[in-house]
Design a protein around this ligand. Sequence first.
Ligand code: NAD
Length: 292
Amino acid sequence: NLPKVAWIGLGIMGSPMSENLIKAGYQVTGFTLEREKLDRLAAAGGTAAGSIAEAVRDADVIVTMVPASPQVEAIAYGPDGILENARSGALLVDMSSITPQTSVDLAKAAKEKGVRVLDAPVSGGEAGAIEAVLSIMVGGEQADFDEAQPLLEALGKTLVLCGPHGSGQTVKAANQLIVAVNIQACAEAVVFLEKSGVDLKAALDVLGGGLAGSTVLARKKDNFLARDFKPGFRIDLHHKDMGIVTDAARNVGAALPVGAVVAQLVASLRAQGDGGLDHSALLRGVERLSGA
Ligand code: NAD
């Protein structure tokens, strides 16, 4: 018998991920803020709930996929929240990318209610969510990870327990650092190549086959070529993640000299009104700096 799942947060990631669980045979009851996303869940074979309380009441596993720490706190705590309404013994799998400390605090508060928690943020983007090939970085107890594993296998391909509560978030923060720096490097190369008069598609094709190749380059190549910055992964969310990684690194005394600069470039795009664009729009920032 598969566990009953409640899913909170049906956005760019949560919608296709919850649909993959339905395809794998799970009963999924969902709640999110947008009516049309609830209709989409129902059309895919899930059940739309009218509130968090209603969604989580009978659930064995509660998955959350919302933007950031404040939203996780809003849905977890308070009289209408998850902890007050989940049954004792339920497992809460928070897949949002949030500060490691928020995950640690959540696990502690949940324990008092008899709810177990895993932090399980993901990498792989919208495409990885749709294709169920996400990389899932987990923090928490081994027994809870073992219990969640079959469900996580319906969502992703690489599932790793990284350590105690918060460790999944720490690894995700490192992921976001690597991705942002990589996009920035690619964006600088794109502007350099174009200004040099080289055919950009040919250049990116051959670069992709060598040591400069990366998942970032492969996935973002078409965005760069077409200047298509429809998200994907919004600059606003990457701004949030650069804040998480720079804070966490400062706390442990790790230097991020390049990461700190890229965090500023992400912040600058946001300040210029590009927060709703895909993070490949770092290219716009390089173009502005280059007078293009
Ligand atoms: P999104 O903005 O598309 O979706 C967020 C969803 O959360 C929305 O459906 C919204 O209704 C819901 N939500 C917010 N507050 C809520 C509340 N109080 N109650 C119920 N629902 C609420 O965001 P996304 O792109 O799906 O990202 C979700 C998380 O996954 C973020 O932490 C992000 O950093 C992370 N992430 C995103 C990607 C990506 O490529 N988009 C990749 C990896 C990780």
